[in-house]
Design a protein around this ligand. Structure first.
Ligand SMILES: *[C@@H]1O[C@H](CO)[C@@H](O)[C@H](O)[C@H]1NC(C)=O
Ligand SMILES: *[C@@H]1O[C@H](CO)[C@@H](O)[C@H](O)[C@H]1NC(C)=O
Ligand SMILES: *[C@@H]1O[C@H](CO)[C@@H](O)[C@H](O)[C@H]1NC(C)=O
Ligand SMILES: *[C@@H]1O[C@H](CO)[C@@H](O)[C@H](O)[C@H]1NC(C)=O
Length: 451
């Protein structure tokens, strides 16, 4: 029963909604693009889906059609609408009429895979929901059909993490070696953060990289989609234990044409912390890209809590803190960005306690290791950064001359440049071209680097 006249069932919830809890977009500025939903979190996810259409991962009309039908704040409407779209697209992919050429096959299956991932995105609040696994089985199977239809098929690989008890799940993409079989190519190692899948990375980073003559490997570690589901592992702060096995694997495979002097690590979103942490222990990287810069996850996630909730957390009364958050989650009025942020955090950090989740994030900070990062670093900031506001500047400051800070603005100004993949790719690859040719005396021909 509603006792307050406000949109929100409690003053605390209203305070949280307006404080954004660091999970949502920064709504103090005007939005830079046309809104796709009155729910600002749905808007962001829809734009992310649309952006994948640029590199063969979606179609435009179907996403805008879904956007039209969504009910703001209803996770169920988002799930149902994209599940239906995924099913329809899968049926089109399976239709023998459509599968006569590999371009049809990969476009249609890759799009079906994207829609299955979108159908899963808001479901992580109930760990018992069987759709969390079954939709992932669907997206993986669909994506694998696309992988197999690439000119050089992508290859799924599993790399045991030797110091730990998990296995890294990765996909290897070889670039074509038009310079002859033995030429060595630059290679990008790509990892996400809090939510995106390595299949998303194919459409965001791998397609632009392959087109520029780079090999790629995408990977997932604990807390991330496949490892969280198949190995029941939540996030770990010591991310070098995830990335170093990937580098070992790359460099031990001579057939992979990896130029070990042009090995670059890229961290996306919260992966800006994870990649920086790994790079501190991994001198074999020639350069590091942080999109964006993340200095301290605990301060990002708690920094905008209303004072009363922050005090409750800091008092150490975990039972009272958990009860307060759980009561908010049980209500109907929690804003999407906040609900999703908390549910996703609990699921990916593998805990049912909000207190434990936030306590775990204290270990995710660069301060302790930043001195050990020795390679050139590209640090992206974004005008409308809502998740880690101000942190790219802190990372740049700590790295000094080793870092280049680039602020994306205007229509490219969302977190991770969502909606502007071309501007993102051209800016990063321009920096890489300049940086690697400076440090490694490599020469650029039209498509490749030669060292
Ligand atoms: C999608 O297809 C599955 C069967 O493969 C079915 O169980 C499910 O209800 C369908 N969902 C929607 C929204 O059409
Ligand atoms: C969670 O999902 C399970 C399985 O679908 C269901 O039985 C249960 O009622 C759900 N719990 C909540 C709180 O919705
Ligand atoms: C292995 O996994 C368990 C359970 O996830 C964890 O408690 C333990 O710390 C892990 N051990 C190592 C060496 O990472
Ligand atoms: C939002 O952006 C404005 C302008 O860039 C900035 O002054 C403000 O601190 C930001 N707010 C949050 C909550 O990040």
């Amino acid at each position: 029963m509603r006792v307050f006249c406000s949109r929100f069932a409690s003053p605390l919830l209203a305070a949280l909604a307006y404080s954004q809890l660091a999970f949502g977009a920064n709504t103090t500025n005007d939005e830079p693009v046309l809104l796709l939903s009155e729910d600002s979190d749905f808007h962001f996810q829809l734009l992310a889906g649309l952006a994948e259409s640029v590199n063969g991962g979606a179609d435009i009309g179907p996403i805008l059609g879904a956007a039209k039908d969504l009910k703001a704040g209803s996770f169920e409407s988002f799930h149902q609408r994209f599940y239906a779209l995924a099913n329809d697209t899968k049926a089109a992919a399976e239709d023998p009429e459509n599968s006569y050429d590999p371009v049809n096959v990969r476009d249609t299956w890759f799009s079906a895979a994207t829609y299955f991932r979108m159908a899963d995105f808001y479901l992580h609040g109930n760990w018992s929901n069987p759709l969390i696994k079954s939709l992932w089985v669907e997206q993986t199977a669909a994506f694998d059909q696309g992988l197999a239809a690439l000119p050089i098929p992508g290859e799924r690989i599993r790399i045991p993490a030797t110091n730990s008890n998990f296995t890294v799940e990765a996909i290897w993409y070889a670039a074509s070696t038009s310079n002859g079989k033995n030429s060595k190519l630059p290679t990008l190692v790509i990892g996400n953060g809090y939510d995106a899948a390595q299949e998303d990375s194919y459409h965001t980073f791998v397609v632009p990289a392959l087109a520029r003559g780079w090999n790629c490997i995408t990977y997932e570690g604990p807390g991330q989609p496949t490892v969280r589901r198949n190995q029941e592992k939540g996030f770990i702060p010591d991310w070098e234990n995830v990335v170093t096995p990937v580098v070992d694997w790359l460099l031990s495979k001579q057939k992979h044409n990896v130029d070990k002097k042009q090995l670059v690590l890229l961290g996306n979103s919260m992966g800006g912390y994870l990649a920086a942490r790994a790079a501190a222990f991994e001198p074999r990287f020639s350069a590091l890209i942080l999109d964006g810069g993340v200095w301290d996850i605990y301060s990002a996630y708690t920094g905008q809590l209303p004072d009363e909730l922050l005090s409750l957390f800091e008092s150490g009364n975990s039972a009272a803190f958990d009860e307060t958050i759980n009561n908010l989650l049980d209500g109907d009025d929690m804003p999407t960005s906040l609900r999703w942020g908390v549910e996703q955090g609990l699921w990916t950090f593998h805990t049912h306690s909000p207190f434990d989740f936030l306590t775990q994030t204290k270990q995710f900070r660069l301060k302790d290791v930043v001195e050990k990062i020795k390679m050139p670093v590209f640090v992206a900031d974004a005008e409308f950064e809502g998740f880690f506001p101000g942190q790219a500047e802190q990372v740049k400051e700590a790295l000094g001359d080793k870092a280049t800070l680039h602020t994306f603005t205007g229509v490219a100004g969302y977190h991770c440049q969502i909606g502007a993949p071309q501007e993102m790719a051209r800016t990063m690859f321009a920096w890489l071209g300049k940086t690697l040719s400076k440090t490694k005396t490599c020469q650029r021909s039209s498509h490749h680097y030669k060292c």
